[in-house]
Ligand binder design. Structure first.
Ligand code: CA
Length: 232
């Protein structure tokens, strides 16, 4: 799965150089050239990492740091600081940034730090999944956790990575009413109510793929006004 990186920086040349480099390493790269659009993107799309310059038009990188964390997002943030902004580094880390690199930076060093932050994120996901059983069964449906595979009556069902994680979470909590907010937090890593529609879209897609009658779901039930429940 390709990891998504957002670069928030107003220096176009730096964006191009860094963007090319990251793409050549297989990352998917997106850009924002000022603090306002940076905040919009950072809080509306699920990135795996945000590279955030401190000196930005409209809103500083430090303000953005606060806003992103306040929005409940725990996406790793790597700050770019100028040599003269020593104080800002310390402040930035306190405000929720995970690491910083001083400009002008060595690309290799930056790439190494990005890799460390992304690996940390991946390890978190793996640690969360290490206590799971290997398999879940529901009627003719079998979810193989280790192989990340789902079969229905022995036939493989094609799920996206996120659909699979969502289905896993339902199977880990059979018969429990799960709110959209909880699903968003546990499966997507978001806090708040901003993206609750995302949950509905994914549940609808799971139903399309798993239910015999989408209008009368027998697996994932809708709990009106709250969220969903796996038939226990
Ligand atoms: Ca800048």
């Amino acid at each position: 799965m390709n990891e998504n990186i957002l670069i928030v920086e107003d220096e176009q040349e730096l964006c191009m150089t860094l963007g090319d480099r990251l793409r050549s390493e297989g990352y998917v790269v997106d850009f924002a050239a000022d603090g306002a659009s940076g905040l919009d993107k950072a809080t509306q799309l699920p990135y795996d990492l945000i590279v955030l310059d401190i000196m930005l038009p409209l809103r500083s990188g430090l303000d953005l740091c606060i806003d992103i964390r306040r929005a409940g997002m725990d996406t790793p943030i790597l700050l770019l600081t100028a040599r003269s902004q020593t104080v800002d580094k310390v402040v930035g880390l306190k405000l929720g940034a995970d690491d910083y690199v001083t400009k002008p930076f060595d690309t290799l060093e930056l790439m190494a730090r990005i890799e460390v932050l992304l690996r940390r994120g991946r390890n978190k996901i793996e640690a969360a999944s290490s206590n799971r059983p290997d398999q879940y069964k529901f009627g003719s449906l079998v979810l193989d956790v280790r192989k990340s595979r789902v079969t229905r009556g022995g036939e493989p069902v094609n799920l996206t990575a996120r659909e699979f994680q969502l289905l896993c979470y339902f199977f880990e909590h059979p018969g429990e009413t799960l709110s959209r907010e909880e699903l968003l937090r546990e499966v997507w890593g978001h806090r708040g109510r901003t993206f609750t529609r995302t949950v509905d879209v994914h549940v609808a897609s799971l139903r399309q793929k798993l239910e015999s009658d989408v209008k009368k779901p027998g697996l994932i039930l809708t709990i009106p006004g709250i969220g969903y429940k796996l038939q226990g």
